[in-house]
Design a protein. Structure first.
Length: 357
């Protein structure tokens, strides 16, 4: 298929050639009769393919961050390295974390010892009360101290769990088998809470995302089987399936995301490969005429001359795609109409013509 610029150039050349066509024939009784050749308006079923480019990526991706701040104490992985689930990727150092855990552990041990002592105090108070040597109020006082201490012990246990969790968050572990895509901090650098430290892509299933204009988004349906080509790997073809069609383009005239999952049976693929999505579009019937039937394609008012009852009449048309020597048109024409293909430049509306066989 030719680009629009080449189409117009060919149409201009064709218009010049046909304008310099066959010489004037003999005069007729009603004026000059021009000898012309004609062609019939035909109907062709045009089908086309839509092509979009994307990059393969893992279906499982993660950007790992930490909820604490600190400096990078170690980062034993590099970009491109394969890692296993729960493997250490990075560790942060925060001087407050270690002492915080130690203080929480000491507080919990203190309260455990206090509870053991209060349990013995309650038992003694109950024994003394049984011999009627103290009042029930004295027993309730010891029991109340035990309950308060038990609540304090529960709070200390929660604080210890929180301190240990914060200490654990200083270690970034791989959530699944993956390869390292990017490392965003080097050892010794400070990382604020919530900042991304490492990006990884999981092994296994691959996908690709394509940006589709709104005029074509209806051609994409979730679940539809498609074929991807790898242009830099000998144009290898791989099977895939549309898994997601975006519901919004972000802004007026924006592009819609379409995600495609590559068949798990395809071997030898990896993230980062260029792929092309080829999507056939349903064929549609169009009127076509020879390229030489178009007059003045560069004026913005291209037209053809239709022959009716031995005379010609101009019909303005809109030009579509050019394929071979035929051009797609729309206008007040129908299949089987005869249009002039020679001497267009010397014809006038209503002029009598003789059709050469």
């Amino acid at each position: 298929m030719l680009t629009d610029g080449r189409t117009w150039l060919l149409l201009l050349m064709a218009s010049f050639l046909v304008a310099c066509g066959e010489p004037l024939a003999a005069d007729g009784q009603d004026g000059h009769i021009r000898s012309v050749r004609v062609a019939q308006v035909a109907v062709e079923d045009y089908s086309r393919e839509l092509r979009f480019s994307g990059i393969t990526r893992s279906s499982r991706r993660a950007t790992l961050a930490t909820q604490i701040s600190g400096t990078v104490a170690e980062r034993p992985v590099e970009v491109g390295q394969s890692v296993h689930k729960n493997q250490l990727l990075a560790r942060l150092y925060n001087p407050a974390l270690g002492p915080g855990v130690a203080a929480a552990e000491a507080r919990l041990a203190e309260l455990d010892a206090r509870l053991e002592q209060l349990a013995r105090d309650v038992q003694r108070a109950e024994d003394v009360y049984a011999r009627q040597l103290i009042s029930i109020a004295d027993v309730e006082k010891v029991r109340s101290q035990q309950q308060v201490t038990r609540a304090g012990r529960d709070l200390a246990a929660a604080q210890l769990a929180e301190a240990r969790q914060q200490l654990a968050q200083a270690r970034l572990l791989a959530p699944f088998d993956a390869s390292v895509d990017a490392v965003l901090f080097e050892p010794g650098e400070f990382v604020a809470a919530g900042q991304a430290v490492i990006q990884i892509s999981g092994t296994g299933a691959l996908e690709a995302e394509f940006a589709i204009p709104e005029s074509l988004i209806d051609e994409f349906v979730s679940g539809r089987q498609v074929t991807l080509a790898l242009p830099f790997l000998e144009n290898r073809k791989v099977a895939a399936r549309i898994s997601l069609v975006g519901e919004a383009g972000g802004k007026a005239g924006g592009l819609f995301p379409v995600e495609v999952v590559i068949d798990a049976a395809e071997q030898g693929l990896r993230p980062g490969l260029t792929v092309e999505l080829t999507l056939p579009v349903s064929a549609r019937a169009s009127l076509v005429v020879p390229l030489t039937a178009i007059l003045d394609p560069g004026t913005g008012q291209p037209r053809v001359f239709r022959v009716i009852d031995g005379r010609v009449e101009p019909v303005f048309v809109k030009i579509g795609r050019l394929q071979g020597g035929q051009v797609e048109i729309t206008g007040q024409l129908k299949e089987g109409d005869q249009v002039v293909v020679t001497s267009l430049g010397s014809l006038t509306p209503g002029q009598a013509v003789e059709i050469l066989q």
